[in-house]
Design a protein around this ligand. Structure first.
Ligand code: MSP
Length: 646
């Protein structure tokens, strides 16, 4: 029985943070769970290295896209190793084996008549690498809210519109194809509104997989990226079973459309089997905002791993965030959960149980059937926890398991083994039963926790004297009565030492800074913090400011200036009879054709001057930090041409 699951492949424009770790940790947990259920589970992940977003990020860092992505892809690989995640294959989209699968998928779509050549002029969101149909220049991206850019280029189009009915039939016949229900409903209503054909190649960027038999076309990055799920296991089998189709694609909620619409349509067009399920989880928020590099609010996993251990992070994420919904991360909550649930809860139960057996029975599990009431409760709770796991309701499963811990704690207090021990032979049988009961309950609780906190579960497991590896534990062993009388305990060491909250948080924050600096050094960025606004510029009065005539204009034409790498010559209409001729140093960020139709801000009353022989009648406004590429100022709402900024 095979179970093939995937994480999204992560963009290499930024180093990993705990948002990425979240998906990969959940995937690792599901893999371990499936292994416990007896499946040969295979987990793949990787990096999404092509496309305009990466091309630009590399440019801003002064590196080639390949050199840039090499560094970040390695960071991701290293991160999963540090966290001990059992990834079977890490696929990079810049690998040869991957390119061959993408090209093959394309050929299959072409051969079956689902692709044609055309032109796209319209809006594009570089951040999400998304074509935004029906949008006007300057309109925001419906996914991230950033301004879209206008692109005009020759493309290959995929006949997505013709798949509307087939997709609706898929969602109908396989209601659990997209989970949870809210995401399924979103997709259904999107598809019901009608689909438009989709560009699957690009000609104005170079950083991508070449389209076969074409000079200038590279694949649209999502056509390329989604194929990873196949390329990662191309030709791979478990026993005689092919790994494709995937049993589960685990993704974040912002990329549902690509996975639930584009991906099955590409596969249907190519006559290939479809994945069985797509589960979209929510976002990890930090201070109420989605954690992401662009918002500058990221937390990295390595500092948490070093201070509290990876299992602390895993437990926190799986317990605190209801899977499928958004959840918040904070250092306080992390340490709070660690101390309350791991150190005091599970850790305390383990050390109490094991040290009593050491003290009263010379480190050997006594012979007994155990207390039948407790046995019954454990059996019932185990079924509930497994049921919750099966639905990927991790927080519920953990809640049930912690109730089990509570039941055993109460049982220990009620039985008071220390009193039974004092009573000697009279209570010897009851003491045996009590100790066996706690040890066996601890064994079941530990086994149930293997998928979520594998490292700590393995420690408790061997301290209990269980000989086989936790990787080999199967759900049948969750039944009562597997602890062997006479089984000798391993050496007992505390698994979750209590953390001093203040010191732990300070340490994690300090390590976070170090980690940031290490990564910046890897990418060749300077450590310098941006200067505070206004620093060193002196103050001006409102009258000074009103001397600057800032106007909204629309780019009518744009072309490169020969011999000047950084300059573009634009004509910008600001509502005057003639468009302004403007020379702008933005060629590193924008291609001329991307600018046409875009609304910009210009300084309209700047004295004209000649640059490279071209008269510039104003200046275009863009923002950049020291060493970064310029980004044009723009508006989220539509603003009329000629409007003044004041
Ligand atoms: N490269 C695409 C995916 C292509 S899959 C064929 C992409 N990459 S990404 O780097 O932006 O990573 C997206 C995924 O990372 C999300 O779908 C989610 O799984 C995870 N997360 C990134 N930030 C996250 C949070 N703040 N919270 C939860 N998950 C997050 O999109």
């Amino acid at each position: 029985m095979k179970y093939y699951l995937t994480t999204p492949i992560y963009y290499t424009n930024a180093a990993p943070h705990i948002g990425h770790a979240y998906t990969t940790i959940v995937a690792d947990t599901i893999k371990r769970l499936k292994r416990m259920e007896g499946y040969d589970a295979v987990l793949t992940t990787g990096t999404d290295e092509h496309g305009q977003k990466i091309e630009r990020a590399a440019l801003a860092a002064g590196k080639t896209p390949q050199a840039y992505t090499d560094v970040i892809a390695e960071e991701f690989q290293r991160q999963w190793q540090v966290l001990g995640l059992s990834v079977d294959r890490f696929q990079r989209t810049t690998s040869q084996s991957h390119a061959a699968v993408v090209q093959d998928l394309f050929r299959r779509c072409v051969e079956r008549g689902h692709v044609y050549k055309g032109h796209y002029t319209g809006q594009y969101c570089v951040f999400d690498e998304l074509y935004v149909h029906d949008a006007k220049p300057g309109d925001p991206c419906p996914v991230c809210g950033r301004p879209t850019e206008t692109i005009t280029e020759e493309n290959y189009f995929f006949r997505l519109a013709s798949f509307q009915e087939k997709l609706l039939a898929l969602y109908e016949t396989q209601p659990d194809f997209i989970l949870p229900e809210t995401r399924r409903n979103e997709v259904l209503s999107f598809v019901k509104q009608g689909l438009q054909d989709l560009s699957i190649s690009r000609t104005t960027i170079k950083w991508g997989i070449p389209v076969p038999d074409e000079q200038n076309h590279v694949f649209y990055v999502w056509f390329d990226a989604l194929s990873t799920y196949m390329s990662a296991v191309a030709g791979e089998k478990i026993h005689s079973e092919n790994l494709w189709p995937a049993d589960l694609h685990l993704i974040g909620k912002e990329i549902v459309r690509f996975h639930a619409i584009y991906w099955p349509a590409f596969l249907m067009a190519a006559d290939l089997p479809l994945p069985k399920r797509i589960f979209a989880h929510g976002w990890l928020l930090f201070e109420n905002d989605k954690m992401s590099k662009s918002r500058g609010n990221i937390v990295r996993a390595t500092p948490i791993h070093k201070v509290l251990g990876t299992d602390a992070l895993r437990y926190f994420l799986m317990r605190e965030v209801v899977f499928g919904q958004d959840g918040s991360f904070s250092y306080d909550a992390l340490v709070g959960r660690y101390n309350a649930d791991l150190a005091n809860g599970l850790g305390n139960l383990a050390s109490r149980t094991l040290s009593m057996i050491n003290q009263y029975r010379e480190g050997k599990i006594p012979s007994s059937d155990g207390d039948q009431q407790i046995a019954h409760t454990m059996t019932e709770c185990t079924a509930l926890a497994l049921e919750a796991y099966e639905k990927f309701d991790f927080s519920k499963a953990l809640e049930v398991i912690w109730n089990m811990i509570g039941v055993v704690d109460k049982f220990i207090v009620e039985r008071a083994p220390w009193k039974l021990a004092k009573a000697g032979d009279d209570e010897s049988k009851l003491l045996d039963e009590t100790l066996y009961t706690t040890a066996e309950a601890l064994r079941i609780i530990t086994a149930l926790l293997i998928p979520v906190i594998p490292e700590s579960a393995a420690k408790i497991w061997s301290q209990l004297g269980c000989k086989h590896s936790t990787d080999a534990v199967r759900t049948a062993e969750l039944n009562w009565g597997h602890c062997q009388p006479g089984q000798a305990l391993g050496s007992v060491v505390g698994v979750f030492p209590r953390a001093d909250a203040k010191a732990a948080i300070e340490k994690m924050k300090e390590l976070e800074k170090e980690e940031l600096e290490r990564q910046q050094a890897l990418l060749g960025k300077t450590k310098a913090e941006p200067k505070a606004a206004g620093d060193g510029l002196g103050q001006i009065t409102i009258d000074d400011f009103s001397k600057v005539d800032l106007r909204v204009g629309i780019v009518k034409s744009a072309e490169a200036i020969k011999g000047a790498d950084k300059l573009l010559h634009l004509h910008v209409d600001i509502g005057e009879p003639q468009p302004r001729s403007i020379v702008a140093g933005i060629a590193v960020s924008y291609k001329p054709e991307e600018l046409i139709g875009r609304k910009v801000v210009i300084v309209a009353n700047l004295a004209p001057r000649k640059l490279r022989g071209v008269e510039s009648q104003g200046m275009i406004v863009a923002a950049s930090r020291e060493g970064d590429i310029p980004v044009l100022a723009s508006f989220l709402e539509d603003v009329p041409i000629g409007a003044r900024l004041k």
